[in-house]
Structure formats: structure tokens, C-alpha cells
Design a protein around this ligand. Structure first.
Ligand code: GDP
Ligand code: MN
Length: 376
């Protein structure tokens, strides 16, 4: 689960990490009021669950209330990487001497929190990671020891030489580690952490992701969830008994069983295709479930062909075939479909489907190749 910058800032503040003040706004007139209230230079910031807002024009400095209003007009409703901006944060703007990057993530290799820090912070950090990875210090934090004073200072000395800044940084690092552990975060980032003209370190952006499997014990984090359009779809799918994850490809997959769904995606990739989703319809063959699954696939504009892959075990292929036919009779599908049935009662299933003149194939490989050909 991801949270917005304004929410990450709330957590930072709770833990004593210095952040600038800000007011969350949903409309241009909210922004006008906030800018008037703050009565100083502000920065208007798109609140969307993706990075790179600055580069996309979603972060704008505003010297006057009028500037803030025109920034809000430009940013609200803007599309950033497929996310529509529905709210902005109006934050106190600071004069920046220098920008730093600080992040923590879970590293499975070292079984620890990996602390990352760089004096090359700011909007180009991805570029730095690619072209100059040595500029990002990476330090695993032993989970038994936690972030000791010594370790925090040692990392701080890698970024700063002024002892006053080292002290501030070490304090921030310790607090950041505490947030990471206490909230079951899988990622915490401050980018940038800045030195202000008053020689103070401040977080002026925050990003946090959390381990979904830990949310049951993190009620305060769970309530922060503001699902985006894709996530809303995934939640709705869950209610219909489907496991659905949207991907970027164009072959819509409908499969029974999570392992088979993974294998199906692998085989599509193997033949040079690109799956549009992971979709496990589970063990049941109920037409209702199949309809829900079909609707889910058809609601994705990227899906150009549907590939159905069923392996009959306890679930019988003839049952599934009847479910499919009932579903297809009830809805209009104007893109190609290919169906592969194998396992218990597959022959009977295939006969039922052939009667309806729908294309069937014998193997998973054939199905993948058929689907790829259908759209090329
Ligand atoms: P991101 O692009 O999504 O990471 O959004 P950020 O919140 O990190 O903002 C992008 C960039 O805008 C920062 O790296 C800063 O250079 C600049 N910026 C953001 N807030 C301020 C501010 O208060 N003052 C100044 N001078 N620049 C800011
Ligand atoms: Mn940033």
C-alpha cells in the first residue's frame, strides 16, 4: 500500500522529523484560501501516488496568492503518469541550499533494512542511480542492533562535514528507521532532504510504501489507504472471489489457479507477447464468476484479445465450459477469444465450446501463440 506525500509528512511530523507546514486542498478556492492564510511563498504540489511530479509540472512555487491560484488551476485535473490530480498540498516554500536523498527499503539478501543516502538528491535521483550508483551510499542496518547513534552519525558524516548538520541528520536517520520498523514500511524516502538558508535540515517530500500483509496490525496506516482506479478494480475483483492484478500488456488472461496464472503469463512472455493482467478465477466454474471476470477484462482498454486457460482437476472442464457459454451468451464480446481446456472432462468441455464456434486449442503454448497472432 502506498500513501500520499501529505500523509507521509504527517507521519514524519509525529516522529519529530522536521517538515514544512502544509494544507491539503481539493479546489482552486481552497488553494486561494490556504495561500492567503499562509501569507508567504508557497509551493503547490500535486498529490498523486507516483513519483516524478516535479518533472511533470506538478510542483510549482508561488510567490503570491495569484501565483498559487494559477498554479492550482494548472495542476488540479492534470494527468501525471496516468493518475489524475484530485488534490494538491499547499506547503510553505523554503530556500534551498542543497538537496539530499535519504531512503530505506527492505533488503532480502542481507535480511535487513537497507539505508540509502546521497548528496545527489532531487528530481534526478533515478538518473544518478543508473549512471553514478557509487554516489548513493548503501548501508544495511542490523535488525538486532537497530539504528545505533554511532551508525546514524557514521552515515551522516558521509553526507555532511559541518557537525551541526551531522547532528541534525543523525537524529533524522534514527527517527526514519523507527518509522520504518514501527509501521511495517517496505519503503521510506525523503527526496529531497534539504539544507535551508538557516542551515536547518528539512524533509520537503516524503514517500512511503507498506507491506500489505502487515496491515492487519497497522490500523492507523490501513485507514490512510486511498486506492487509485486500478486498486479499486482489484478490490472489487476480490469481492467477486477473483484475484486480479492489472499489468501493462494487451493479452487478457483468465485462469483457474494462481500457479497456472503465473505459468500462463510466463508462456505468453516466452512467445513474445505481453499479459494485460494476472487473473485467478479460483476453483469454481460459476457463470457469475466468469461474467465478473470477463467484465473485468473487457473494462481494460488495453486488452485486445482474451486467453482463457483452464486446467480441470476437481473443477470439471465441462462445468467451466457451460459457465463460459452462459456468460458469453449474456454479454457482447467484440475482441478475439481463445480457449484452452485440459484435465478432467476436457473433451466434453471442448465439444461444448466448439458447438458455439469458439476457437479452442490443445496446449498452453498453442493458446499463447494463437492470442499473439490474433493481435499482430
Ligand atoms: P517529486 O518531483 O514528485 O519528487 O516532488 P518533490 O516534492 O520532490 O519536488 C520536486 C522538486 O521541486 C524538488 O526536488 C525541489 O527542487 C523543488 N521544490 C519542492 N519544494 C520546494 C520548496 O519549498 N522550495 C524550493 N526552492 N524548491 C522546492
Ligand atoms: Mn521528490
Amino acid at each position: 500500500m502506498k500513501i500520499h506525500e501529505y500523509q507521509a509528512r504527517q507521519l514524519f511530523r509525529e516522529y519529530g522529523i522536521p517538515v514544512t507546514d502544509g494544507i491539503l486542498c481539493h479546489t482552486v478556492s481552497d488553494v486561494e484560501k490556504a495561500a492567503r492564510e499562509m501569507n508567504r511563498m508557497v509551493v503547490v504540489k500535486a498529490q498523486v501516488l507516483t513519483g516524478g511530479r516535479g518533472k511533470a509540472g506538478g510542483v510549482k512555487l508561488a510567490k503570491t496568492v495569484n501565483d498559487a491560484v494559477s498554479a492550482a488551476k494548472q495542476i488540479l485535473g492534470m494527468d501525471i503518469k496516468g493518475y489524475t490530480v484530485e488534490k494538491v498540498l499547499v506547503a510553505d516554500a523554503v530556500e534551498i541550499q542543497k538537496e539530499y536523498y535519504v531512503g530505506m527499503t527492505i533488503d532480502r539478501n542481507t535480511k535487513s533494512v537497507l539505508f540509502m543516502a546521497s548528496s545527489e538528491g532531487g528530481v534526478e535521483i533515478e538518473e544518478v542511480a543508473k549512471t553514478n550508483p557509487e554516489a548513493i551510499h548503501k548501508i544495511p542496518i542490523d535488525p538486532d542492533l537497530g539504528m545505533s547513534d554511532f551508525m546514524a552519525r557514521k552515515i551522516a558524516f558521509k553526507l555532511f562535514s559541518d557537525i551541526n548538520l551531522v547532528k541534525q541528520a543523525a537524529d533524522i536517520f534514527k527517527k526514519l528507521y523507527k518509522i520504518c520498523i514501527n509501521t511495517d514500511a517496505s519503503l521510506v524516502e525523503i527526496n529531497p532532504l534539504v539544507i535551508t538558508n538557516e542551515n536547518k535540515l528539512m524533509a520537503i517530500d516524503g514517500k512511503m510504501n507498506f507491506d500489505d500483509n502487515a496491515l492487519y496490525r497497522q490500523p492507523e496506516i490501513a485507514v490512510m489507504n486511498e486506492p487509485d482506479e486500478d486498486e479499486k478494480k482489484e478490490l472489487k475483483a476480490k469481492e467477486s472471489g477473483l484475484s486480479y492484478i492489472r499489468l501493462d500488456g494487451n493479452i487478457g488472461c483468465m485462469v483457474n489457479g494462481a500457479g497456472l496464472a503465473m505459468a500462463t503469463m510466463d508462456v505468453i512472455k516466452h512467445f513474445g507477447g505481453s499479459p494485460a493482467n494476472f487473473l485467478d478465477i479460483g476453483g469454481s466454474s460459476s457463470p457469475k464468476k466468469v461474467i465478473a471476470a470477463m467484465n473485468l477484462l473487457l473494462s481494460d482498454k488495453n486488452v485486445k484479445v482474451i486467453m482463457i486457460n483452464i486446467f480441470g482437476g476437481i473443477t470439471r472442464c465441462d462445468d467451466v465450459a457451460r459457465g463460459l457459454i452462459t456468460a458469453l451468451d449474456e454479454m457482447k464480446v467484440d475482441i478475439p477469444i481463445v480457449i484452452r481446456l485440459s484435465g478432467t472432462n476436457a473433451e466434453e468441455g471442448l465439444r461444448i465450446i466448439k458447438e458455439k464456434n469458439l476457437p479452442t486449442v490443445k496446449s498452453l503454448s498453442d493458446a499463447a501463440q494463437y492470442a499473439i497472432k490474433a493481435i499482430s
